[in-house]
Write a protein that binds this ligand. Structure first.
Ligand SMILES: Cc1cc2nc3c(=O)[nH]c(=O)nc-3n(C[C@H](O)[C@H](O)[C@H](O)COP(=O)(O)OP(=O)(O)OC[C@H]3O[C@@H](n4cnc5c(N)ncnc54)[C@H](O)[C@@H]3O)c2cc1C
Length: 402
């Protein structure tokens, strides 16, 4: 590692930021590390917000590490403070209390914020978003009260909340602009399963409708002329990157902070990781908003900060728990030759996607975590499979590889 690097500052104390900090220590960095975050909590992982934290017996949230562990590793925590500007010339960030913090290397790890419901008002008591511990606690209290929960957006967060709300006896309506659920990340086989599973639990799902107005804080006017009266409105319609303060540096694009394969931005010594990072993909550049990316990309950035030169090459992988359904997706699960393994009208099956030469390029598994364990390896290694064997559930999956 460059001996001149004495102080690394990480802007954003979430999963990716904390992972970079501990990764640096594990890799032998002996200099100063400061982790700056605008939340008051120790860094925590967000998947618990739409799962464990919405259960009636929830005991609150878990942090990634204890304060003692941060102290032991000499990671300085600057919590409840926002980074508002970066002075590239002077190698200094500015905090919202006016303080400046010097850095030799800077990592931007500020994540994303929920996209606001168009047609507001955004501050109506009934409207909730789900990104923070406070959001989850508020939503959990609403679910306790019961009533009607309207969910705008049939993506991962909306559907996890739908399942949690139904489990707690709330009436639930999902309002989705597209003609199927999770349309960006899975194909219609999986969307149909999700529709069946949620309807089977009593969720009302409306497709091809937009919210045109939120009247009196609780009446959602929809583009088909109907109205949904809700006690709680949960908005899960995507996110925008937290780039305020960095947007004048010439390192951002429409998706976030653009990085190369090493997590480095166009500015020497400034890196980005986690949800905020705009990474190269098959269609150009885009964010990868998954737990695994916040982990693996952050560790990769730590290695590159330490002087290794390692390109990040992990296929996209995420899971979603929606009631009793465990869905996992690896790679691109919407494109290529589609092979369904198992009964797509049943409760458990996998949809494999094959590219050129029958290489596995993606997979979505529904209640088939064992299939996914192998699918992840195959996608990563570019393994070829026999499509006929793959379609035959009686053939052990490992025997399908060529
Ligand atoms: C409700 C929910 C459920 C999820 N469930 C799953 C799941 O089941 N499976 C899965 O794979 N992924 C899931 N994810 C996605 C996963 O949690 C994210 O991809 C991950 O949290 C990204 O980590 P990050 O560190 O980049 O961002 P974050 O964890 O959001 O951390 C960024 C931090 O930086 C702070 N910050 C922002 N701007 C500034 C600034 N200027 N100065 C200082 N601090 C700043 C933010 O407030 C935040 O604390 C879920 C996400 C949510 C919200």
């Amino acid at each position: 590692m460059d001996e001149g690097i004495k102080r690394i500052v990480i802007a954003g104390a979430g999963q990716a930021g904390a992972t970079v900090a501990f990764g640096l220590r594990r890799g032998g960095f002996g200099g100063e590390i400061a982790l700056v975050g605008d939340e008051v909590h120790l860094p925590y992982e967000r998947p618990q917000l739409s799962k464990e934290m919405l259960r009636p017996e929830s005991a609150g949230h878990r942090s990634i590490r204890t304060r003692a562990e941060f102290n032991e590793q000499r990671i300085e925590l600057v919590l409840g403070r926002r980074v508002v500007a970066v002075d590239v010339e002077r190698h200094q960030i500015q905090l919202d209390d006016g303080r400046g913090l010097a850095f030799d290397r800077l990592v931007l790890a500020g994540g994303v914020s929920p996209r606001q419901l168009p047609g507001g008002p955004h501050d109506a008591a009934a409207v909730r978003y789900l990104r923070t511990v406070e959001d989850a606690s508020g939503l959990c209290a609403d679910l306790e009260t019961g009533g009607h929960v309207a969910i705008v957006g049939g993506g991962v967060i909306g559907l996890e909340v739908a399942a949690a709300a139904r489990a707690r006896g709330c009436e639930v309506t999902v309002i989705e602009a597209a003609d199927r659920l999770m349309s960006r990340s899975v194909d219609d086989t999986v969307s149909r399963f999700l529709d069946r599973a949620h309807r089977g639990k009593g969720v009302d799902i409306r497709y091809r409708v937009l919210v045109t107005e939120l009247r009196d804080g609780r009446y959602l006017e929809l583009s088909d002329g109907s109205t949904v009266a809700a006690d709680t409105v949960l908005v899960g319609i995507g996110v925008t990157p937290n780039i305020a303060g960095f947007d004048a540096l010439g390192i951002t694009d429409a998706a976030g902070v653009r990085v190369d394969a090493y997590g480095q931005t166009a500015l020497q010594g400034i890196f980005a990781t986690g949800d905020i990072a705009s990474q190269k993909n098959e269609n150009g550049f885009g964010r990868i908003e998954t737990w695994a990316n916040a982990q693996d990309h952050a560790l990769n950035v730590a290695r590159n900060l330490l002087g290794e030169r390692v390109a990040y090459e992990s296929p996209v992988w995420f899971w979603s728990d929606q009631g009793t359904t465990n869905l996992q997706v690896v790679g691109n699960a919407t494109r290529g030759r589609r092979i369904v393994r198992g009964d797509e009208r049943g409760e458990a099956f996998s949809v494999f996607w094959l590219g050129e030469g029958d290489r596995v390029t993606g997979c979505a598994s529904v209640n088939m975590p064992k299939d996914m364990a192998l699918a992840r390896r195959w996608v990563k290694q570019g393994n070829r499979v026999d499509p006929h064997q793959l379609a035959e559930p009686g053939t052990p999956l490992r025997n399908c590889a060529l």
